[in-house]
Design a protein around this ligand. Structure first.
Ligand code: ATP
Length: 302
């Protein structure tokens, strides 16, 4: 269990993190989402003690704090940050990188072959990393962290540069690691992907973390169906509101219009469908509010 207690970080007069207190549990995947330059990496750097916060503490398993070098070594045996592509040595092979990580964390040597197979790296892992493509390097960085096998894993943009097949593959591995009881903390801009596996997702804003489930009740309310409509003009919006009074209708900065309808109210859902088709608005869908919708509500300007 990893606890952050009243973490605050200030750069000059800019308060990047205000007073963050949160606990991460074993077997949990946590997502951090925010526009560039908001503070995701800063928070991860605090968790790793690469950056000392102006206030607050990081506490591992109710006892260990970054109070001296010996404790830092102990914490780093349990908490790791996924290496960055710039951390790779071009003149040595991927496999040697994996061996170094396995030895540094003294993890099970079997993990090296298992991970190579799982990530489909066998055809290139013995070549020098200087010959790798962006996606191959990214898979290696992920593999290195998996081989380190720490209790808590931090990943900043883990899917960076990966094709859809490898995004899916790594998503599956993340779920396996969660099932093994790992705590995985991921900063990502791939919102649809994050929604597939994250247990808790936080938007970072004004130095705080906001749990997305608490931002809009219709995001989690299973009794609400959201109709998502493209190209709904302001003129139609006004006419629609008169025709369907009492429904919650809003147009997001992204241009998508959302109409909330009770799931049981099939008559109204049918009427809305007819209305939209009559207006030649055929680009619509029924479903749940998405993380992209919430992101648009929170961060985008009209
Ligand atoms: N060492 C530093 N000195 C001064 N300002 C910094 C320092 N590190 C980060 N910042 C500032 O803190 C803010 C948050 O930066 P951070 O790198 O944490 O953002 P981020 O959310 O990770 O962004 P990205 O999505 O682009 O990676 C930015 O305004 C950045 O300029």
């Amino acid at each position: 269990m990893l606890e952050l207690s009243h973490i605050g970080v200030q750069f000059g007069d800019k308060q990047v993190l205000k007073d963050i207190s949160i606990t991460f549990q074993p077997g949990e995947i946590i997502g951090f989402v925010a526009p560039n330059g908001t503070g995701k990496s800063t928070l991860m750097n605090v968790i790793m003690n690469y950056l000392s916060p102006n206030k607050g503490k990081v506490i591992l398993n109710n006892k260990l704090k970054y109070s001296n070098k010996a404790n830092e070594v102990k914490i780093h045996q349990a908490v790791s940050m996924m290496p960055d592509q710039s951390d790779l040595y071009n003149h040595i092979s991927g496999k040697n990188h994996l061996k170094i990580y396995q030895a540094m964390w003294n993890s099970n040597p079997k993990l090296i072959e298992d991970t190579i197979v799982k990530l489909g790296m066998a055809s290139y892992v013995k070549k020098k990393t200087g010959t790798y493509s962006l996606g191959m390097r990214q898979r290696l960085c992920f593999a290195m962290q998996i081989v380190s096998d720490t209790q808590v894993m931090l990943m900043d943009e883990v899917m960076n540069g990966l094709d859809p097949t490898h995004v899916e593959l790594i998503s599956q591995i993340l779920l396996q690691k969660k099932a093994e009881g790992k705590t995985i903390i991921i900063a990502s801009h791939l919102l649809e992907n994050l929604e597939q596996y994250a247990d808790r997702i936080f938007f970072m804003k004004n130095g705080d973390l906001k749990l997305v489930d608490e931002l809009a009740p219709e995001f989690t309310d299973k009794k609400v169906t959201t109709v998502r409509v493209s190209n709904f003009s302001q003129e139609l919006f006004e006419v629609f509101k008169k025709q369907f009074p009492g429904l919650h209708v809003q147009t997001l900065p992204s241009g998508i219009t959302l109409i909330d309808v009770s799931e049981q109210d099939t008559a109204t859902l049918g009427d809305i469908t007819q209305y939209l088709i009559a207006q030649q608005l055929t680009d619509f869908s029924f479903g749940k509010l998405t993380l992209n919708d919430l992101y648009s509500m929170e961060y985008q300007q009209r």
